[in-house]
Design a protein around this ligand. Structure first.
Ligand code: C2E
Ligand code: MG
Ligand code: MG
Ligand code: MG
Length: 279
């Protein structure tokens, strides 16, 4: 234990901690640089309906690092969240997704929006002008937020969500089931879609507690008229279980991995768009 090591002695965890802090600092500095150098790239992962037809894509950012190669968001999004660059990075993603949608009139996309970006005073105007400038029908854009947004200032979040709904943008709760536990907000906020976190999908259909949870989420979504996207679908058994219990949309390696835009060019022009679950 660090405490037992006593004053003046070097505790065992220090070098690791220092390395971690220094790594974060370096990544933070590099991120700033990367934004100005435009080192980010969009990958798209398809979302399919019950017939396996692609309806939409989730935009997932990657960092094309000049030395270290392709870096996944798990390594830099948390750093960007901490040092405040997330709003700028998120805006980069939003802007590039809208540019892509402008070029492909049938393309529907989901974009991840972090709490800080959502709460930014100019967020609403930004969405509005992007959609107007590029003449993108608002319902082609879905914003994915996490439950952590809902423990922020509820009234402020609710107002902003209502304004976004008035614009016609769709709102989705990402990683549903892993965060804030009150379900009241599902009724009180203008939410269109839930994404069942892949933690609950991974061990379907064998794991009985995950299975009952998923069944419950699907039943609840049906009653509240929300559409549901299951994340992390990797095999036919998971898909079949989800389908039997009324899931409408699926995303996961079973249907397609996140890939650079170029590899979706053909498919993109046939995307049909995720529609709210019909009752
Ligand atoms: P997420 O929004 O929940 O995105 C789904 C993640 O699951 C993606 O990881 C995707 O590659 C991965 N995934 C999809 N299907 C499967 C599957 O069948 N099996 C497994 N094991 N994984 C699957 P990725 O691209 O590494 O992104 C991780 C997280 O980073 C995202 O989770 C999201 O929270 C965040 N992120 C990505 N892009 C952005 C962005 O532009 N802005 C913000 N704020 N966050 C982003
Ligand atoms: Mg997401
Ligand atoms: Mg997710
Ligand atoms: Mg997830």
């Amino acid at each position: 234990q660090a405490k037992d090591a006593g004053r003046g002695t070097c505790s065992w965890y220090e070098p690791a901690l220092r390395e971690r802090i220094e790594h974060r600092f370096t990544v933070g500095e590099e991120l700033r640089h990367a934004l100005s150098k435009d080192e980010f790239v969009l990958y798209l992962q398809p979302q399919v309906d019950g017939n396996g037809q692609i309806c939409s894509f989730e935009a997932l950012v990657r960092w094309q690092h000049p030395q270290r190669g392709l870096i996944l968001p798990g390594e830099f999004i948390p750093v960007a969240e901490e040092n405040g660059l997330i709003a700028e990075l998120g805006d980069w993603v939003l802007n590039h997704t809208c540019l892509l949608m402008a070029q492909h009139p049938r393309l529907h996309c989901s974009v991840n929006v972090s709490v800080r970006q959502f709460l930014h005073p100019e967020f609403l105007d930004r969405i509005d002008s992007l959609l107007r400038d590029h003449e993108i029908g608002a319902s082609r854009l879905t914003l994915e937020v996490t439950e952590s947004l809902l423990i922020a200032d509820f009234e402020q979040v609710a107002l902003k969500m209502q304004s976004l709904q008035q614009l016609g943008v769709r709102l989705s709760i990402d990683d549903f089931g892993t965060g804030y536990s009150s379900l009241v907000y599902l009724k009180r906020l203008p939410i269109d879609e839930l994404k069942i976190d892949r933690d609950f999908v991974r061990d379907l259909p064998g794991d009985t507690s995950d299975a009952s949870l998923v069944v419950l989420i699907l039943a609840m979504a049906r009653h509240l008229n929300l559409s549901v996207v299951a994340e992390g679908v990797e095999n036919a058994e998971q898909a079949e279980f989800l389908r039997q219990h009324g899931c409408h949309y699926y995303q996961g390696y079973f249907y397609g991995r996140p890939q650079p835009i170029d590899s979706w060019l053909e498919v993109m022009d046939h995307a049909r768009g995720v529609r709210p679950a019909a009752i």
